[in-house]
Ligand binder design. Sequence first.
Ligand code: SF4
Ligand code: F3S
Length: 107
Amino acid sequence: MAFVVTENCIKCKFTDCVDVCPVDCFHEGPNFLVIDPDECIDCTLCEPECPANAIFAEDELPDGQEVFISLNAELAKLWPTITEVKSPMPEADDWNGKSDKIKLLER
Ligand code: SF4
Ligand code: F3S
């Protein structure tokens, strides 16, 4: 099992999660982060750190978020590792909680 970054990270990217991950398994795209499921050790530390509540255990995903399992696995192989906290995206607070953001995911 692994933890999964879900839709509400899109256009927020608060990055608090990367600060606590002991194995540096977060990868950064233009407006979204993903977790490499091959590296995640299920430590649970990142889940409560996300201000957008976007991180879930793979077997506890909210309904409709299952597509993010394969998206995390796919994009983790394409995007570079991120290990340090950075500023959230502009207007992150406005985008936090908005629905149907998956169509805005940039690759
Ligand atoms: Fe990293 Fe632990 Fe979160 Fe997995 S559960 S992404 S190992 S902080
Ligand atoms: Fe995204 Fe939450 Fe991390 S918004 S960048 S999963 S702290």
